[in-house]
Design a protein. Structure first.
Length: 139
């Protein structure tokens, strides 16, 4: 069995953004030479997310609006977490909703997706460098 590990780094200048990382994960699979196995892709920061869905701008705008309604950034004093001197209490909640990681089957050296599925990095507290782990195991 082969094992492969790589960190993907992102620096989002705005507060929130969704980035399609499917091509980067597919490149990792090629580098790993795994033909059949599993790819784990997870955000290594507690204010970011990795999720699977459609790469459609309207959907991403809907996510952004929906998440902001559920956990608005302002007023920042609504969150007890922000009493520690931070202003990202909302980002922690958004990450909890969107999830930490995805696991995708690899078949014949490719991501084994359903129709329209893509992998996204969701940033909810941008402005600094953050990373995503790609861990691939298989034969």
């Amino acid at each position: 069995m082969k094992s492969y590990r790589k960190e993907l780094w992102f620096n989002v200048s705005g507060r929130r953004e969704f980035i399609n990382i499917t091509p980067k994960v597919a490149a990792c699979i090629r580098e790993s030479a795994v033909r059949d196995g599993i790819a784990l892709v997870n955000a290594m920061h507690i204010t970011a997310s990795v999720f699977i869905n459609d790469d459609e701008r309207g959907l991403h705008n809907d996510y952004d609006k929906w998440l902001e309604e559920l956990a608005p950034h302002e007023p920042t004093d609504r969150y007890e977490h922000n009493r520690t001197g931070e202003d990202n209490g909302d980002a922690h909640l958004k990450r909890q909703i969107m999830g930490r990681e995805v696991v995708v089957a690899i078949t014949d050296g490719e991501l084994d997706f359903g129709p329209w599925e893509q992998i996204f990095y969701g940033e909810f507290d941008g402005g600094r460098r953050k990373r995503v782990l790609v861990k691939i195991v298989g034969d």
